[in-house]
Design a protein around this ligand. Structure first.
Ligand SMILES: Cc1ncc(COP(=O)(O)O)c(C=O)c1O
Length: 397
């Protein structure tokens, strides 16, 4: 007997992630993968996990294993106030809600904000996980035009002026999938537009701490806190498996996020939140972050260097100051999915870029390359193979 008819209407909007399917292929032994989007296991502070655990046990005892407030573990929320202040983000404890990763926060925000048919403005291309969080609530997506510096404020203005935009969703710093960063002037313009049109931005910021060169750019939240839900995470600066993320939300959105979360999981793991609290309180993040940056910086340089060395004319790529991704655009007519199939046969993987666009006709000639999971030698070898299979595919077309 089929039980399909029992599924809710919104369930059909969920769909499997094409990238998950790709990641299954690339976990084959021997594959060099530039496909993943995850931190290197050697970036986790394994040498201090024991000490952190002991601190948590000594300081909080059974409270670290008890049910806790949906808003989040109080010592973590208090630590986050200071942590955010260092980035220029003014928040008090009550503004902060802890979630199961930033993904959990995005899911709660979607539940609270999106009614079927609402218009949600997103960068083109954008982070697929956000689309997956939003899809069950059946919004209509409006794509914002971008260039090498992220969204064009003119495109946002036209979109907001057309009316009916419920939420704007952006990853302004070291974006997934492109690695691009929105410059200071554009951030100010975006903030001004949010104010002028009384609009709400979800500013998803998992990567800004991973900066390998240049000066930090303030979050858009700093320019228009009453119009921005700022979303952050410990996934890239501690460990993603702990599933600790957070948001700073203007009233009343934060309060509704708490209620949405209550119905979903009651609260995020108390023990894991306590680990994150001690990671900040004990100064461990300050000591460990430079080690993560020292690990990733040469990988990023190696990837961009290999593209310069092996890729011929007709290709361009982002040259990110941080984060985990480089975005490559090939000549029109080159199908990166065909390149992907050839590359996998040669033991090398990446993600074809078209999966990151709302319109399936867009981004055929693009690819996302991740540099956190391979050392410099493997990155060089992978890019050389990619350049070879790209040439084969170009000859065929
Ligand atoms: C832009 C963006 N947002 C959110 C997430 C989810 O991160 P987490 O739920 O681990 O905090 C990711 C993960 O890769 C991401 O790239």
């Amino acid at each position: 007997m089929s039980l399909e008819h029992l599924l809710a209407e919104r369930t059909h909007a969920m769909g499997a992630s094409a990238i998950r399917e790709i990641l299954k292929v690339v976990s084959r032994p021997g594959m060099i993968s530039l496909a993943g989007g995850i931190p290197a296991p050697e970036s986790f502070p394994m040498d201090i996990m024991g000490e952190l655990t002991e601190r948590v046990m000594a300081k909080y005892g059974p409270a670290a294993f008890q049910y806790d407030a949906t808003e989040g573990f109080a010592p973590l929320r208090e630590q986050l106030v200071g942590h955010l202040r260092q980035q220029g983000i003014a928040a008090c404890v009550d503004d902060i809600t802890i979630g199961c990763g930033s993904q959990g926060v995005l899911d709660a925000l979607a539940k609270v904000l999106i009614t079927k048919g609402d218009r949600v403005a997103v960068e083109s291309p954008t982070y697929l996980g956000a689309i997956q969080a939003f899809n069950p609530y059946q919004p209509e997506y409006v794509s914002l035009a971008t260039d090498d510096e992220g969204i064009l404020p003119g495109s946002l203005e036209a979109c907001l002026a057309s009316g009916g935009i419920k939420i704007v969703y952006l990853v302004p710093t070291f974006q997934n999938p492109t690695g691009r960063t929105l410059g200071l002037d554009r951030r100010r313009q975006v903030a001004e537009l949010l104010r002028r049109y009384n609009a709400l931005l979800i500013e998803d910021d998992p990567y800004s701490a991973l900066r390998y060169r240049g000066d930090a750019v303030p979050a858009i939240h700093t320019f228009a806190p009453e119009h921005v839900v700022y979303v952050g995470t410990f996934s890239k600066i501690l460990a993603p498996g702990l599933r600790v993320g957070f948001c700073v939300a203007p009233d009343p959105i934060g309060r509704w996020v708490v209620l949405a979360k209550q119905g979903n999981d009651l609260h995020t793991s108390t023990f894991n939140q306590a680990m994150a609290a001690e990671y900040l309180a004990g100064g461990y993040l300050k000591r460990h972050l430079p080690r993560i940056i020292d690990l990733y910086r040469p990988r990023c340089t190696a990837l961009v260097g290999a593209l310069k060395a092996y890729f011929s004319e007709g290709f361009c790529w982002s040259d990110p100051d941080g984060g985990m991704f480089v975005w490559v655009r090939g000549p029109e007519g080159l199908d990166m999915e065909a390149v992907y199939n050839r590359a996998v046969a040669r033991g090398t993987a990446f993600v074809p870029g078209r999966y990151f666009f709302a319109d399936p006709e867009e981004g055929i000639e693009t690819m996302r390359l991740n540099f956190t999971m391979c050392d410099e030698g493997r990155i060089d070898r992978a890019v050389k193979i990619l350049a070879e299979v790209v040439s084969e595919e170009r000859l065929r077309v």
